[in-house]
Design a protein around this ligand. Structure first.
Ligand code: F6R
Length: 594
């Protein structure tokens, strides 16, 4: 939700903190701030983006400090609510990502003990608690403070007179970067890649004490060893590489993502998930849980697995999972999460584990919380996804689901061979969609003037309609709804008319004829109609006002090419409307609150 950073070394902390903060800004950008320690704690924070903060802030000399970029949960975005937060004396500064559930009662208690609070945030109790428990040893005070805190946190603490940073995590990600006579703490790897590729992933319950030359990690007062990892992707991959926005870059990376995933999985000696063994163990069905775009990938996965493997698949929104009567006997649970940090998904995972389900996580982030909770993790090979709107990770998730299902398919060898060929050709088909950007741009210019849009699809492309609508609404702020094409007549028809365009995904499969009928119904209600149709589809140009031609692929892979078209359509529409594509309002890349 929020991005946090810490630096201690032999260089001035301020420019380093600001440059690292820019790279975690995708996690939240309501406000930002830094605190630097040298004899005293100097804090500067405001309701601005990091770039502006860097321009307007004074020099805060010092070689140790912390920084934060906020996605507001507790208290509106304001200067006083921005992090870092301090204790009464202003000797301790803290940055925090997460939510302290019992902050109201802690705050009342601290006030009754003479502490004064200035912000509305939950975070502010932490420096006050540390102040209360401080007895000459900062890490001990942090440990004592966290013992009374309920909720989730990744924190970094700096204190006058203590030449160290103290970091701790529970249910929010935190890494330590090892540099040359300098150390870093960050919510995410891209933050520090400019400085080091050597990282340690903290685990829940860890408290790290970091100086410029030394890193010590302990749990409940006992020292623990944590493995050092070398990050294999470079800083270029976490930068825009000549594209105007991360989103456009990431859309264009998709042919490579498909290729990389295929290379990875075709070389694997073991099956992605040993469904055969699970069948022997009595697994009869699959449950897939996810949120947002990952949920849409899960819905496509249901069609893929049911068609190829022939077992029933249930797909649930992770945040709704707690409310269902759960019949989980003989069920394999799969969670899909790009970040591996989505609170709703993690909560559902923990629930699944409690009832004894085997849980497989599909995630893009090595060492993420999801990978720690799961029995098995399958990594998507999308590379870092910075833009808040997910694009390439959706495609990578689909690739894993294709591969997983093909490994156990009941389809005959000929069908499987043709699917394999189809998969191998997919990068070039997606490339053709990308090369066909002009027509998509024209459609986007047309779409940009409307305020309401429907996306419709059937079968395996119904979830793609949902995804197209999500992409458009989140980055262009146009109200968009994805619908199963057959459902329009059960209510939404009342909204159709010349001010409500409809975007129809027309696949060459058993849904084709029914889609044509739905399109005619839409046209009869005078809605402007855009169709995504396969090359060679003559019938569609008679009916649609705009046709975006997509390359011909096996129908089971049509979600991939269609999703890429809709990503570009959303991108160009948002750009046309002057929206901040990579940082849509009120959103964040990692949603670490329920
Ligand atoms: C939309 C988007 C979100 C995420 C959702 C789940 O473009 O990115 O809907 O898909 O917040 O995130 P992960 O996959 O990280 O669990």
């Amino acid at each position: 939700m929020c991005g946090i950073i810490g630096y201690i070394g032999n260089k001035q902390a301020q420019p380093i903190l600001l440059s690292c903060l820019k790279r975690v800004e995708y996690r939240g950008y309501d406000s930002c701030g830094i605190a630097v320690s040298s004899g005293s704690i100097k804090v500067y924070k405001d309701v601005v983006r990091v770039e502006t903060l860097a321009k307007v802030m004074p020099q805060l000399g010092g070689t140790a400090g912390i920084g934060h970029t906020r996605w507001a949960t507790c208290g509106e975005p304001s200067q006083v609510n921005a992090h870092p937060h301090c204790d009464c004396a202003g000797n301790i500064a803290v940055v925090h990502n997460g939510v302290i559930n019992n902050f109201q009662s802690l705050r009342q208690q601290l006030i009754s003990e003479g502490h004064t609070f200035i912000s509305e945030t939950d975070t502010e109790v932490i420096p006050h608690l540390i102040e209360k428990y401080y007895n000459g040893n900062l890490e001990k005070a942090v440990e004592a403070a966290l013992r009374v805190v309920e909720g989730s946190y990744a924190i970094v603490v700096v204190m006058v007179g203590e030449p160290k940073l103290v970091a701790a995590r529970k249910d929010s990600p935190l890494i330590i970067g090892i540099g040359d006579r300098e150390s870093f703490i960050a919510s995410d790897v891209p933050a520090i890649l400019n400085y080091t590729d050597r990282v340690i992933y903290l685990e829940d319950g860890d408290i790290g004490v970091v100086t410029r030359d030394n890193i010590e990690i302990a749990r409940e007062g006992t020292a623990v060893e944590r493995e050092e990892h070398k990050i294999l992707w470079g800083v270029e991959e976490a930068q825009k590489g000549g594209y105007e926005h991360f989103m456009l870059k990431e859309i264009h990376e998709q042919p490579k993502v498909i290729r990389d995933t295929l290379v990875e999985y075709t070389q694997m000696a073991e099956p992605v998930v040993d469904l055969e063994r699970m069948r022997d163990e009595g697994i009869e069905s699959m449950l897939i849980l996810a949120c947002g775009t990952s949920y849409h990938a899960a819905l496509v996965g249901k069609y893929i697995v049911e068609e190829l493997v022939g077992i029933p698949v249930r797909v649930e929104i992770a945040s709704e999972f707690s409310y269902y009567g759960q019949t989980l006997a003989r069920t394999l649970a799969i969670v899909i999460t790009q970040s591996g940090e989505t609170a709703d998904t993690l909560k559902a995972m923990k629930r699944l584990k409690e009832v004894g389900c085997r849980v497989v996580a599909i995630t893009n982030v090595v060492g993420s919380s999801a990978s720690r909770v799961a029995d098995q993790t399958i990594y998507t090979r999308a590379g870092p996804e910075i833009s808040v709107a997910s694009t390439k990770s959706f495609t990578a998730q689909l690739m894993v689901l294709y591969w997983l299902a093909m490994g156990y398919s009941k389809a005959d060898a000929r069908r499987l061979a043709s699917m394999l060929l189809g998969l191998r050709q997919l990068p070039s088909k997606v490339q053709r969609v990308l090369d066909n950007g002009d027509i998509i741009l024209q459609c986007a210019r047309y779409l940009a003037k409307y305020e309401n849009v429907f996306f419709i699809g059937r079968g395996i492309n119904f979830p793609v309609a949902l995804e197209g609508a999500l992409k458009l609404k989140e980055i262009s702020y146009i109200h968009a709804e994805g619908y199963a094409a057959g459902e329009l007549k059960h209510g939404p028809f009342a909204l159709l008319g010349e001010n409500t365009p409809v975007i129809a995904i027309v696949a060459q499969d058993n849904t084709y004829e029914a889609m044509l009928t739905n399109i005619k119904e839409v046209k009869a209600r005078k809605s402007p109609l855009m169709a995504l149709a396969e090359e060679g589809d003559e019938a569609i140009s008679e009916l649609a006002d705009f046709v975006i031609t997509v390359p011909r692929v096996d129908a089971i892979f049509s979600p991939v090419v269609n999703a890429v078209v809709l990503q570009l359509l959303a991108y160009y529409t948002a750009k046309e409307r002057g929206c901040p594509v990579d940082f849509p309002r009120n959103l964040a890349k990692s949603v670490t609150v329920e």
